[in-house]
Design a protein around this ligand. Sequence first.
Ligand SMILES: [Zn+2]
Length: 119
Amino acid sequence: MEHLFCLRCNRDFEAGQKSVGVFMFAQTVGIKPRQKSAAQRICFCPQCSVALAMGPPPEGALNVAAWKMIRDLVGSDPALNQAAWETLRGVVGLLPPSEAGTGSDARPVNEANADSAVQ
Ligand SMILES: [Zn+2]
């Protein structure tokens, strides 16, 4: 089976991993016999796809072409952003708990007063 990983962060993809695939092949034009290269597949994880799309254009014509394609995907539907967001939440969930509990004593604003105001 093909070993897939994100070209930007080198993260390995597990089975069923959400990702963006960029497929490329080269073909001769106006030359006989016509030649066609094997196709290459470049993958990006959702987080890197969104980060690339939100970032400035990269150097190099090939990179810019891929950047425009990814921007097109990220910009046309929030599903890819959603996938990146879910991945981010998964990563955040793995981090050790910090001072997240300090705000847990906060109570809803004077419920009793709100009730009496209605009556
Ligand atoms: Zn990545």
